[in-house]
Write a protein that binds this ligand. Structure first.
Ligand code: NDP
Ligand code: 8X3
Length: 258
């Protein structure tokens, strides 16, 4: 059964990686989309491709989730376009650096907290009332194994993802009297631009993260998102942890022979 067909999903961070892969699978399943991220050109190209391939409605808006004004503007534009999301996929996020706290950069901490926590909150605060008004809905927050287990240099990124996990729990409690479900998906190591961003464009450092074993692909996480959104109305999946077979924890993995 396909329960997403004809519905509408708002995806943050849709310009690459897990967000882009989620847009692909949801469009394939007939779900209309509202795509957001900062890189407008990438969003436009993706929207055009998905409309042409799957005949779904795809709106796209440049948004910086760190700026509440940018989020408020998005809300105004979505309202004016008369398309309201049934699903909210809070995916936009990033890690910057791997420095210990004692040598950390305040500007990187600010960016991670502003994006991963405050951005998620701004978007959720803006769109939840509309979703509640619409009736049934589902919020998916992209957490991480980094929200279950800390690692050296993970510090502030870890804190934001532990926070996403806590906020997911808290939202679920706050929404008990509504028909809105909340799920937190926590992926392990997944090959995307994530490491390129973390290491500020250093490709050899980024490639190293994905060279040790077969990692998840963005599509694997997107498939899990579709699975959760497609569950029957009475079924709730508060957490889903998804890992590469070779990675059993942040520290324990089976290294492939090089
Ligand atoms: P990518 O770097 O490929 O994608 C990150 C997305 O977030 C981009 O579309 C980017 O778009 C968007 N984004 C970043 N900052 C902002 C901002 N200020 N405003 C709006 N959008 C923003 O990485 P992933 O796909 O891997 O990351 C997606 C999520 O998955 C993140 O929350 C990450 O923490 C999480 N995650 C990733 C894992 C991995 O191993 N890759 C594992 C576990 C969780 P743009 O730059 O155009 O704004
Ligand atoms: C991304 C996975 O292990 O780099 O959330 O923190 S990790």
């Amino acid at each position: 059964m396909n329960r997403v067909k004809g519905k509408c999903a708002l995806i943050t961070g849709a310009s690459s990686g897990i967000g882009e892969a989620s847009a692909n699978i949801l469009a394939l399943k007939g779900c209309n989309l509202i795509l957001t991220a900062r890189r407008e050109e990438k969003l436009k190209n993706l929207a055009q491709k998905l409309k042409k391939m799957y005949g779904v409605r795809v709106d796209n808006y440049p948004v910086d989730v760190r700026e509440n004004r940018s989020v408020e503007l998005l809300l105004e534009r979505v309202k004016a376009a008369k398309i309201m999301p049934d699903f909210l996929i809070n995916n936009a996020g990033l890690a910057l650096g791997l420095e210990g706290v004692q040598e950390g950069f305040i500007s990187k901490w600010d960016t991670m907290i502003d994006t991963n926590l405050k951005g998620l909150l701004y978007i959720t605060r803006a769109f939840l009332p509309l979703m509640i008004e619409k009736g049934e809905g589902h919020v998916i927050n992209i957490g991480s194994t980094a929200g279950w287990q800390t690692y050296p240099g993970g510090n502030v990124y870890n804190a934001t993802k532990f926070g996403v996990r806590a906020l997911s729990d808290a939202m679920s409690l706050d929404l008990v009297d509504t028909d809105i479900k909340v799920s937190c998906i926590a992926p392990g190591n997944c090959e995307t631009d994530f490491s390129l961003v973390r290491f500020e464009g250093d490709k050899s450092k980024a490639d190293e993260v994905y060279a040790k074993y077969k990692t998840l692909e963005a599509k694997d996480v997107a498939d899990a998102i579709f699975y959760i959104l497609n569950t029957p109305s009475h079924v709730n999946i508060p957490y889903l942890r998804i890992m590469p077979k070779a990675q059993r924890s942040v520290y324990i993995f089976k290294e492939k022979k090089r």
